[in-house]
Design a protein around this ligand. Structure first.
Ligand code: TYD
Length: 133
């Protein structure tokens, strides 16, 4: 199974502020889509699904949130609160996003265009899916 990991992106600082960027060489897939999540009301939980093919990099550009990751065997929570860190989530991983801070903004780079058929939205189905791989 591919590794879930935090990717540290370049950060260029000077007295005018900070600048970060992401290029294809920083991430283990080709970017086909970018989407972002914002204006999340306090206490809401997003995600709650896995992807069969889609790989993602989540960058929290502003504020903070937690990503709960579940590979079917173990669970781990990553707190994202720096705009130069990306959380790489390979395909076949269940995730939830929660504890969004006020005005948080999460940008997600995706390896695929949107396809509802790539989603596994039922947890038991997810467990069955990975056990059959
Ligand atoms: P979903 O991926 O379930 O949101 P989250 O994981 O943040 O809880 O998507 C929510 C809705 O938006 C769902 O109806 C599918 C739609 N959607 C698109 O049409 N295009 C996209 O690129 C994404 C990410 C979602």
């Amino acid at each position: 199974m591919e590794e879930i990991k935090i990717i540290e992106l370049p950060k260029i600082t000077d007295e005018r502020g900070n600048l970060s960027f992401v290029e294809s060489k920083h991430i283990p897939f080709e970017i086909k889509r970018v989407y972002w999540i914002y204006d999340v009301p306090g206490g809401e939980v997003r995600g709650g699904h896995a992807f069969k093919k889609q790989k993602e990099l989540i960058i929290v550009l502003s504020g903070s949130l937690d990503v709960l990751i579940d590979d079917g065997k173990t669970r781990k929570t990553y707190t994202l609160n720096r705009s130069y860190y990306g959380l790489y989530i390979p395909n076949g991983i269940w995730r939830q996003m929660l504890n969004f801070s006020t005005n948080s903004l999460a940008m997600v780079l995706s390896s695929t265009v949107f396809n509802e058929n790539d989603y596994i939205r039922d947890y038991n189905e997810f467990i069955q899916y990975i056990n059959e791989l």
